[in-house]
Design a protein around this ligand. Structure first.
Ligand code: GLY
Length: 311
């Protein structure tokens, strides 16, 4: 199997001011994941590396730069799935760690449980040697401004990424297949600006934000969390592929069906277990990138595909 990796940097009304940063960020992230695969690394390590790259970058709503809840705090969520044995690891309501995706990976490999939240997730992370950081150090200027604007109107977003003056960031995700044909998926988020304290979205919920099955493929989603989780969007795409749809058709049909039914937007990236790519979003924009045949393909607008030689 020829290894392949695809990433997304969030679906929504991404403002013009955020477009270049997001395009640069997804290219850096997909390259970080591809380097792991090129060295013979596992799909799980590749998706973690790609997501860690975006968790460091405040062009994205994950790790540093996560949006804030109503009390002005970062409360992050992440999940990871291995398609080989359907192993999963997820965390939610975590505040003081730079890389939630690495903790989710540890839950997958080292815990008898699938999803840990809040204080329990923190205890687990400390036991496994993750270091706490001051939660304020994860808050970007942009996230503070976004919450201020949100508090003026108080209407919870219909898209994950608000307008120009409300953040313009987005959930991140990655799907990879390694040389042994193993599929892995990782997704990480700060949720939605102005969310209630304790609100849990789609990202840590397996079947909504993340799904992987070596027999079919893998999916990571982004967008309006309450809609994605009602629709079990990642698993809906997997089921369409299981029924014979190709990756792109399955992704497009499930995302559009969710939007038609629930009147909110989403996006998803998909790989079939043969390495076929699916990208679709019903929002205005979604940044994405994948590497194939030593070229990076990427875009953010509907119908847009840029192509560059890998360095
Ligand atoms: N899709 C991220 C969230 O709604 O939390």
């Amino acid at each position: 199997m020829k290894p392949i990796i695809i990433v997304h940097g969030g679906a929504g009304d991404i403002p013009n001011s955020r477009v270049q940063g997001k395009l640069d960020g997804v290219k850096v992230a997909v390259t970080a994941g591809q380097e792991v695969l090129n060295k013979g690394g596992s799909a799980l390590d590749a998706v973690e590396a790609a997501v860690v790259s975006m968790e460091k970058d405040d062009n994205f709503n994950a790790g540093y730069g996560s949006v804030l809840n109503l009390q002005g705090e970062v409360e992050m969520e992440a999940s990871m799935m291995s398609g080989t044995n359907l192993d999963v690891g997820a965390i939610t309501l975590i505040k003081e760690f730079s890389h939630p995706i690495s903790i989710a990976h540890k839950v997958l490999t080292d815990s008898p449980h699938s999803l840990l939240g809040g204080e329990g997730a923190k205890l687990f992370a400390l036991e496994k040697g993750f270091k706490v950081v001051p939660s304020d150090s994860l808050i970007s200027m942009n996230a503070r401004e976004a919450l201020k604007k949100f508090l003026k109107h108080g209407e919870f977003g219909r898209t994950e990424i608000g307008p120009e003056d409300e953040g313009g960031v987005g959930t991140v995700g990655a799907v990879a297949i390694d040389a042994e044909g193993r599929v892995a998926v990782a997704t990480s988020t700060g949720g939605m600006s102005g969310k209630a304290v304790g609100r849990i979205g789609d990202t840590p919920q397996i079947g909504s934000g993340t799904y992987a099955d070596d027999k079919i493929g893998g999916v990571s989603t982004t967008g309006h969390g309450e809609s994605i989780l009602k629709f079990c969007l990642a698993h809906s795409i997997i089921k369409l592929m299981e029924g014979g749809a190709d990756a792109n058709t399955a992704t497009r049909n499930a995302v559009n069906a969710m939007t038609a039914r629930l009147n909110n937007t989403a996006g998803a990236i998909t790989l079939s277990n043969k390495g076929e790519v699916g990208v679709h979003f019903s929002s205005k924009r979604m940044s994405w990138a994948y590497v194939k045949d030593n070229k990076i393909f990427y875009g953010i607008e509907h119908g847009q595909v840029f192509e560059e030689q890998c360095k």
